[in-house]
Design a protein around this ligand. Structure first.
Ligand SMILES: [Zn+2]
Ligand SMILES: [Zn+2]
Length: 245
């Protein structure tokens, strides 16, 4: 979907409201709609109610995969026994409630200023990783062209500014992987592996930024490649994370 139909569908109101909003449009408004991306109300990208509805993952965590736990653990039920190539994964919020429509708006409709909002949340919740450089999970070439921007890269660049770290494109997708949606964990792992290639030498310690941590398959596959290319440790940082019940 293009910007214009998205914008129109966002404008909750009568036709006259739509016309009035169109007259008031400046080019910036096309990428900066003045409605909450999650609920369609208010005048901010993320309204106060939706912001309050985000579940921050700032309590006890699994040290490895970042899943929220009753008390701090080294490995949790979710990641115990799994081969994970990254040293740690951390996310700012649970991928539930308003986080879902926010991420959808960010990824599908390319609401760029959301990257800045999300980086702010990540920096509030996730401690700055002890790394020399930030990188990001590359988007599918076709899809990121259509959306104008890769969400993970945009988040990495905003975080790099906040954490005063350099950001480098270390990975590239060599062939368009099948969409991950609807695949089993094992299928996701195989689908991702082989499609990511290291294109620049990584530092010893690197943080890998992505939008959402779902099973960890993508992050682990990317970390495997970075470690093969010489990285000693890879720390994953995402905006949101699927939380199992
Ligand atoms: Zn809202
Ligand atoms: Zn875990």
């Amino acid at each position: 979907m293009g910007v214009v139909p998205d914008l129109v569908s966002n404008l909750a109101g009568t036709l006259s409201d739509v016309v009035a909003d169109w007259r008031a449009l400046r080019p910036l408004d096309l990428v900066f709609p003045r409605r909450c991306v999650a609920c369609g109300l208010g005048e901010e990208l993320v309204c106060a109610a939706c912001r309050a509805g985000l579940r921050r993952l700032d309590g006890a965590l699994c040290a490895r995969c970042g899943a929220p736990t009753a008390w701090p653990v080294a490995r949790c039920r979710e990641c115990a026994g799994r081969r994970l190539s990254f040293a740690s994964a951390r996310a700012a919020v649970a991928y539930e409630g308003p986080a879902r429509p926010l991420v959808a708006g960010w990824k599908e409709r390319g609401v760029r200023p959301l990257a800045r909002e999300f980086a702010g949340l990540v920096a509030e919740v996730v401690p700055r990783p002890a790394v020399e450089e930030l990188s990001f999970v590359p988007g599918d070439p076709d899809r990121s062209l259509k959306r104008g921007q890769n969400a993970a890269e945009a988040l990495a660049r905003e975080l790099a500014a906040r954490w005063q770290l350099p950001v480098a494109a270390l990975l590239e997708r060599r062939e368009p992987g099948r969409p991950q949606r609807g695949l089993s964990r094992e299928e996701r792992r195989r689908n991702v592996r082989g499609s990511l290639a290291v294109v620049a030498p990584p530092p010893k310690h690197v943080a890998l930024v992505d939008d959402v941590y779902t099973t960890g398959a993508t992050a682990s596959a990317a970390a495997t490649e970075l470690r093969r290319a010489g990285a000693r440790s890879v720390h994953v940082v995402t905006f949101a994370r699927t939380v199992r019940r």
